[in-house]
Design a protein around this ligand. Sequence first.
Ligand SMILES: Nc1nc2c(c(=O)[nH]1)N[C@H]1C(S)=C(S)[C@@H](COP(=O)(O)OP(=O)(O)OC[C@H]3O[C@@H](n4cnc5c(N)ncnc54)[C@H](O)[C@@H]3O)O[C@H]1N2
Ligand code: MOO
Length: 389
Amino acid sequence: MISVEDALRHCLAMAAPLPAETVPLAQAAGRWMCAPAVATRDQPPFAASAMDGYAVQGDPLAGDSFAVVGEAGAGHAFTGTLAAGEALRIFTGAPIPDGATRVVIQEDVDRSGDRITLRAGADTGTHIRPQGQDFRVGDSLAPRRLRPADVALLAAMNIPAVPVTRRPVVALIATGDELVMPGENPQPDQIIASNSFALKAMVEAEGGTARLLPIARDTEAELATVLALAEDADLIVTIGGASVGEHDLVGRVAGLERAFWKIAMRPGKPLIAGRLNGVPMLGLPGNPVSAIVCGHLFLLPMVRAMLGDPAPAPRPLQARLAVDLPANGPRAHYMRARLSVADGLPTITPFDRQDSALLSILGAADALLIRPVADGPRSAGSMVQYLPL
Ligand SMILES: Nc1nc2c(c(=O)[nH]1)N[C@H]1C(S)=C(S)[C@@H](COP(=O)(O)OP(=O)(O)OC[C@H]3O[C@@H](n4cnc5c(N)ncnc54)[C@H](O)[C@@H]3O)O[C@H]1N2
Ligand code: MOO
């Protein structure tokens, strides 16, 4: 058995960033931009009014009066130059005319015909957004997973398409004679394949493309046939058949160059990783919670690394333990747990039942409480690490 940390290192060593492709901005959200984006213009491209009002020169006092000589709106610049004693009717987003140094908001003036007079108590802000206050030509946005606000920033930079890492194709193969697909009529000794659906959703939420392949029955021939369907995938994931029984065939697949088998982790002990004819492969344990927890700890980091994430490993957070816990054993325990807030602090309570077959408990959990190998007894109130689910 190797440690969780060593197992993750082996997994990440197999997961190199994939090549880039260019996508239009409208399809870029959620994708990993893999080269810096550089602004080709200033924003705003001119000094702009931040308010609806009147552009004037200098610092007028209450009672000062101006002749309104024209108008500027967003997209409609005033081309003349403003002289002392003149005002330009101006709207938010319009270019500030030459000669103006300030915008007086319309609530602070009295207008009569083509004249305005400043009221007492007018605010003294300039209400001018300087050219390039948001970004300037040459400013860049570093590679990242694009969030909605990033896509807006790229649009404002006038960048219509961006280079993104190709989505990794992850082939998911459930194995076992006992499995049928949801909606089928299981025999009395059969169950429904479930965890592949969670893994598909997890891969896709992370930016990968998941391909659910047919269930492989417990024969070497059938497993080989289904694995052959996955040979063009970027990552092959099998589910079940990873343990030590006669029907656990994954570790014995022809062409598998194993990096490791069995890790000091609960749930997830029988995890297998390696390359199958050169393609990175993860053999997840069949128990639903084991498969999904290993998905969070090993599969998703590999997907993130293939997408170019420079920090693909899971990032534990800290919370206050709500109950006493006995010492942990020789395997790191990723306990299904619930987060709450007590006295303004994040607090974590593990479920009493931790059997790795319990999907209902995993569904009720929003965190994995991490017990390191041989961690001593913990009292309520001590700080522990967890991974959000
Ligand atoms: N003698 C030992 N037996 C077991 C050990 C061990 O060390 N020595 N390890 C146990 C641990 S830990 C786990 S986890 C399981 C995992 O074994 P496998 O990866 O071989 O998984 P299976 O035997 O195929 O299935 C386990 C369990 O999960 C159900 N299953 C399988 N696939 C799915 C699926 N796609 N959806 C829903 N449920 C699935 C399957 O029916 C079994 O009930 O081994 C222990 N045994
Ligand atoms: O460690 Mo196995 O993964 O749950 O029961």
